[in-house]
Design a protein around this ligand. Structure first.
Ligand SMILES: C[S@@+](CC[C@H](N)C(=O)[O-])C[C@H]1O[C@@H](n2cnc3c(N)ncnc32)[C@H](O)[C@@H]1O
Length: 220
């Protein structure tokens, strides 16, 4: 796997916190320890949430957390076939698809979830992804986002941030890790602005240690 700023630079092995090699093509590309900011573990409690109709889960590869929670109510899309194949959980469908160019008709879904996926998408593409999600949601449909609050560098040499993560589902505990390039000053406010600019109203917000949750409703 080549190192890309907004793709997973470490897989699930991240949980081992650099005890395993970075899955990069050449050793010369491996991040040096001083280039990696090791974040405190994110503790994410994910209760079941009500949903009428289908849920579109963007970036549903990896641990497939939303698929593990909501099963066959979910249509999971991801850029990476391998990430979808590896994801546990049994959604209705797994489809290789780019969130910047969704292939669904307008107004198809009641809910869209984006669980720790925006952190892997280039910020320059976020507005396009919001536009696409807005288009495929039904009127009044909901957009649910869980994502990180990027930290300030503690050392100027740091390029990447490594997040160990514990997700508590009603019937399971998932321990994993996500590693990406640091994006300066990206947190909930960035997404609140995008929401307002794309025809969403923020319905609820939860600010936690190192991560946040936003629930939005399609208004326009
Ligand atoms: C680490 S996973 C996020 C966590 C995942 N939702 C879970 O439950 O574990 C991020 C996923 O986003 C996917 N991704 C990145 N850019 C994407 C895009 N433009 N469209 C769809 N998926 C994308 C990546 O392939 C990766 O599988």
């Amino acid at each position: 796997m080549t190192l890309h700023p907004h793709r997973p630079v470490l897989g699930m092995a991240l949980a081992a916190l650099l005890l395993v090699p970075w899955p990069l093509a050449a050793a010369s590309q491996e991040p040096k320890p001083e280039q990696v900011l090791k974040h405190d573990k994110l503790e994410v409690v994910l209760p079941d949430f009500p949903s009428d109709g289908l849920i579109l889960d963007i970036g549903g590869g990896g641990e497939g957390v939303i698929e593990q929670l909501k099963g066959r109510r979910v249509v999971a899309v991801d850029l990476s076939k391998r990430e979808l194949e590896d994801a546990p959980g049994e959604p209705l469908l797994k489809i290789v698809m780019d969130a910047r160019d969704l292939k669904f008709l307008d107004g198809t879904f009641a809910t869209t979830s984006v669980f720790f996926t925006f952190m892997y998408i280039d910020p320059a593409d976020h507005a396009k992804v919001f536009q696409e999600i807005h288009r495929v949601l039904k009127p009044g449909g909901r957009l649910l986002i869980w994502d990180v609050v990027f930290p300030l560098r503690t050392d100027p040499r740091q390029i990447y941030v490594l997040y160990p993560l514990h997700v508590k589902l009603p019937a399971a505990d998932i321990n994993t890790g996500y590693g990406v390039k640091i994006v300066e000053k990206q947190g909930p406010e960035h997404f609140v602005s995008l929401a307002k600019a794309s025809g969403f109203e923020v319905v609820s917000r939860k600010d936690e240690q190192g991560w946040f949750f936003l629930e939005m409703k399609k208004t326009a």
